[in-house]
Design a protein. Structure first.
Length: 743
């Protein structure tokens, strides 16, 4: 190509016609000859950049298009002008030529110029520590990478470590040029047909993504990744790329590179790894947080290890006998020694950050993360959880674990998160965060059912429900027979008392009346993110028959506490880099009205009604906080596998779960939350409210009250109050056989 100041010619013009037409031709020629010189310079830099990368492109000395004897039309021939002008053919040719030889190359150059240079793969940046703080600026954790880590030459890395990596990540590594269509097809087949998660990116692409790009899941990112992979394959040999991958990719926590990972997880050098240990490490880079044995799902580390071993067998690296031996070999992990405050919460935040910014930036980018956590509330929750679980252990209650999460319902801020009794008890899966894992919610789910029923208008807090035997035909000859936790039928009871005392049969009858889909949709609106497919749930949904997380239930009860408005959780307040540049600044959102304000207030009034629940829980249970207006609900699943207590004020939602990590039943005396989760809930809530004035939610203008059952005042959404201003009397129960509703 010529010098940057060269003129780019895009046509020849006949200037023989005098007058206005001649002037237009001259002006157009001047315009075309004076195309922005910055574009010409950019084109020059584009080809210079291509040449400097050692890629082979044809040399272009000039750009010149000739169109012989293109003349201008006479006056009035061009519909879009009222004076003499150039022909559309001439002008169009110029536009097309400019696009092909100027604008497109310029855009291509600008796009390539914005890409990070693959030469950076071999340059060492100075890592800067990322720090995570609580809301008051107290340091919780420093995420850092060992700056003195040993970089291993490929020849010093054991053969089966390399083979395990190639087998699970890129079997065609030595046969492709950076992108593998075969790998993409294989990954799709494994993901969609074999139900095994497997990526389609090559090792080169993964190295690029980890070292040079952000983790955003966009098409443009994948295009950049592919382009850089091709470029990288041109700059480095296959062995160099594989060596960089094994030394630079993240293996979880602060381990970057195979040697750091070997020391972190097994306390030994890479050369000393067994086949079983090597296979486990090889499976980590695809999703370090998900597959880490120290993460929230330690069982996935072993599942992934077995997948790696199976792939090694399929590729012929090991025999079936070696594979079985490796799968059956016990893996002993080194103690995870690190100084973390609020460890479950910190790891929860770290996962969020890595998903947003990538592992490398989180580990080495010097982020300053201000979270919503209140360390004082956190430590009180941790101490209470540990104390009460120790009491249950001494009472032979067979309760091995528990968790607490405290949120602000109006802002979504997470004030405390204790995911287990002891995070550091790896042997008993203490590192598993029960706040984020799936459990069944038991009767705590009933508030969703009753909130949906109240909104319909044909159910009120005074509606009389029938607590008597009932049989539902569900499929073929199968039946569903709901039972109360106390094994007793209570006859006709108002909805207020049915919910307050947590009677099961009235809840099932109510759900049958409003429809499972109605409750399912209401639950999703209130914050349950784990209920996915309509049609896979039945009437047991109201009794906790569908899995949720504690965060789901914190959002549900937060919606009730926030006058029916759902506010998404906001665990991170601010993120800046170490230079002070703001990456994100989060403010509370106004929320979405998921439940009518009147219905939310009435549900809360029922859950605050100690008199209404006294038949089941007594008048002086731990569900009351003296001098405080607190709404609370308990829940226990079948066979006592899960035990919950969730309560709230306008300022706090406290969600507590106890159970066992292996889902074994607790002692049968742990019922209704009174001896399991409730003491923990009571202590945490009491500590939060003891030095603050009582918060009694104001009654919405759309709620009216009239005298009702048992001489008390009942509340109704305006327009749903009974005719005549008085509630109908409760029917006298008559013993009858169990009903069998028509399906």
């Amino acid at each position: 190509m010529g010098t940057p100041s060269s003129v780019v010619y895009v046509g020849e013009f006949n200037a023989s016609t005098p007058g206005t037409g001649h002037k237009r031709r001259v002006l157009l020629l001047m315009y075309l000859r004076r195309l922005d010189q910055s574009i010409a310079k950019a084109i020059h830099r584009f080809f210079h950049a291509i040449k400097s990368s050692h890629l082979r492109f044809p040399t272009i000395s000039s750009l010149k298009i000739h169109r012989p004897n293109i003349t201008l039309p006479g006056p009035g021939k061009i519909p879009w002008t009222n004076t003499k002008g150039v022909s559309f053919t001439s002008f169009g040719a110029g536009v097309i030529a400019a696009a092909l030889f100027v604008f497109i190359p310029y855009q291509a150059y600008a796009w390539l110029a914005a890409l990070p240079n693959p030469h950076l793969l071999t340059s060492r940046d100075i890592p800067v520590t990322t720090k995570i703080f609580d809301r008051n600026g107290i340091l919780l954790y420093q995420i850092y990478t060992d700056q003195n880590r040993t970089l291993l030459p490929l020849k010093e890395i054991p053969k089966f470590v390399v083979q395990a990596t190639l087998a699970i990540e890129d079997t065609d590594f030595y046969r492709h040029n950076g992108i593998s269509l075969k790998g993409i097809i294989r990954a799709a087949r494994s993901t969609f047909f074999e139900k095994q998660k497997q990526g389609g990116s090559t090792i080169t692409q993964q190295l690029i993504k980890s070292a040079l790009l952000t983790p955003e899941m966009t098409f443009s990112r994948k295009i950049k990744e592919a382009a850089l992979a091709l470029w990288t394959e041109h700059l480095y040999t296959k062995d160099q790329i594989l060596e960089m991958y094994l030394n630079q990719v993240p293996y979880g926590h602060t381990a970057w590179g195979i040697e750091a990972a070997s020391h972190m997880y097994f306390g030994k050098s890479t050369q000393s790894l067994t086949l079983a240990e090597a296979a486990l490490l090889a499976g980590l880079p695809a999703a370090p947080s998900e597959y880490s044995p120290f993460g929230n799902f330690p069982h996935k580390a072993i599942e992934r290890q077995h997948q790696v071993i199976d792939r090694m067998t399929a590729e012929g690296y090991i025999t079936k006998a070696q594979a079985e031996e490796a799968k059956n070999q016990p893996v002993t992990f080194a103690p995870l020694a690190t100084n973390i405050r609020a460890p479950h919460f910190v790891m929860y935040i770290k996962d969020i950050l890595e998903n947003r910014y990538g592992s490398r930036l989180v580990a080495q980018g010097g982020l300053r993360v201000k979270t919503s956590l209140d360390l004082g509330v956190q430590e009180q929750a941790e101490d209470t959880l540990r104390l009460e679980l120790d009491k249950l252990a001494s009472a032979s209650a067979n309760v091995g674990n528990g968790a607490v999460v405290v949120t602000n319902p109006s802002t979504g801020e997470v004030l405390a998160m204790a995911g287990s009794k002891n995070y550091w008890d790896i042997k008993n899966q203490g590192n598993v965060n029960a706040v984020t894992t799936l459990q069944q919610p038991g009767s705590t789910a009933k508030v969703i059912n009753y909130a949906a029923a109240l909104e319909r208008g044909d159910f009120t807090a005074a509606t009389v429900l029938n607590d008597s035997p009932v049989v539902y035909k569900i499929a073929g000859s199968e039946t569903y027979i709901p039972k109360n936790y106390d094994g007793i039928f209570h006859g006709f009871v108002p909805l207020r008392y049915a919910l307050a005392n947590s009677y099961n049969i009235p809840a099932v009858r109510t759900l049958d009346a409003i429809g499972v889909t109605t409750m399912l949709q209401k639950g999703k609106a209130m914050g349950v993110d784990t209920w996915k497919k309509d049609g896979q749930y039945g009437l047991s949904l109201t009794l906790g028959g569908a899995d949720v997380t504690m965060l789901d239930m914190a959002r549900v009860y937060g919606t009730l506490a926030n006058n029916g408005k759902r506010v998404n959780l906001m665990p991170i307040l601010d993120v800046t880099d170490y230079r002070g540049r703001t990456l994100e600044h989060n403010k509370p959102k106004s929320g979405t009205q998921a439940v009518r304000e009147e219905a939310a207030w009435i549900i809360g009034d029922i859950l605050r009604d100690n008199n209404a629940r006294s038949q089941a829980f007594g008048a002086h249970s731990l569900l009351t906080i003296p001098g405080r207006s607190v709404a609370v609900k308990t829940g226990t699943t079948n066979e006592k596998r899960d035990n919950w207590a969730i309560g709230y004020t306008p300022s706090y939602v406290v969600t507590v779960w106890v159970g066992n990590n292996d889902n074994t039943p607790m002692n049968q005396y742990v019922a209704s939350g009174i001896t399991g989760a409730t003491p923990i809930w009571n202590s945490v809530m009491n500590n939060l409210t003891k030095d603050k004035p009582d918060e009694l939610p104001s009654k919405p203008s759309g709620v009216v009250s009239i005298p009702c059952h048992f001489g008390r005042t009942e509340y109704f959404m305006k327009g749903t109050e009974p005719a005549g201003g008085r509630c109908a009397p409760i029917p006298t129960p008559t013993p009858t056989p169990a009903e069998t509703p028509t399906p």
